[in-house]
Write a protein that binds this ligand. Structure first.
Ligand code: 13P
Length: 241
């Protein structure tokens, strides 16, 4: 049986006091389960609080929502890999669609971030996904392939084995309009081919994200190609999550 990854991206929600409350409640409600890994990506200011509470469980890992590739210096507002690590993170999202399309992050920048994380022994969760116009123009697989190559080209198999991928179609994020399970599976299959072409050996976890909730998660996970989910809005409530 494949193991499943459930990742919570809290985006710009849950300041430290609320993150602490979430963690306490979540720990009360849940127990580790075989074949299930949990990731939480709190906002930077809540990273340390969240990690202190949740790193106590071996099945839970905490990561930053973004990192900058330079190790230190005059980069106001940025979080280096070392700063995130010092706050208790063991990985980070890279190239989330909001970083790409709201903040203008380029494909080349995602590659630098992936390398900075791997160089520090941390886990990158590389996010890829097409915009609605790209899907309608039949470019989904090509866009995702370009993003995967920019993020991962040149890495050896050992480095690639430490990467997680999240396929998040931009048109499905926060819109209530998720890809159907077969839609997601088609793109996940294409991603696996791209990963093999990049030199990956074995099966890298490929998660789906975009309006995932309690009502649709089982259908998505029933697809053999879907190794987990990356969830925004529905991950903010410890009872539901
Ligand atoms: P929603 O689950 O709110 O659509 O967000 C998805 C997402 O962007 C997770 O990274």
């Amino acid at each position: 049986m494949r193991s499943l990854v459930y990742a919570a991206n809290w985006k710009m929600h849950l300041p430290p006091a609320e993150a602490r409350g979430f963690a306490a409640r979540f720990l009360e409600l849940t127990r580790p389960a075989e074949g299930r890994e949990l990731w939480f990506f709190p906002p930077a200011v809540s990273l340390e609080t969240t990690a202190a509470a949740l790193n106590t469980r071996p099945d839970i890992r905490v990561g930053a929502q973004d990192v900058y590739w330079e190790p230190k210096g005059a980069f106001t507002g940025a979080t280096s890999v070392a700063l995130a690590s010092g706050a208790g993170a063991s990985g980070a999202l890279v190239g989330h669609s909001e970083r790409r399309h709201v903040f203008g992050e380029t494909d080349a920048e995602t590659g630098l971030k992936v390398r900075a994380l791997l160089g520090a022994g941390m886990v990158p969760m590389l996010c890829v996904g097409e915009k609605l116009a790209e899907r309608e123009a039949g470019q989904t697989e090509a866009v995702v392939r370009r993003q995967l190559h920019a993020g991962l080209e040149g890495l050896d198999a050992a480095a690639l084995a430490r990467v997680l991928i999240a396929y998040e179609p931009v048109w499905a994020i926060g819109t209530g309009r998720n890809a159907t399970p077969p839609d997601a599976a088609v793109v996940h299959r294409s991603i696996r081919k791209d990963l093999a072409a990049l030199g990956a050996r074995g099966r890298l976890p490929v998660l789906y994200g975009g309006s995932v909730n309690k009502g649709n998660v089982l259908g998505l996970l029933a697809e053999e190609e879907v190794d987990g989910v990356l969830v925004g809005g529905a991950s903010l409530d410890p009872e539901g999550w």
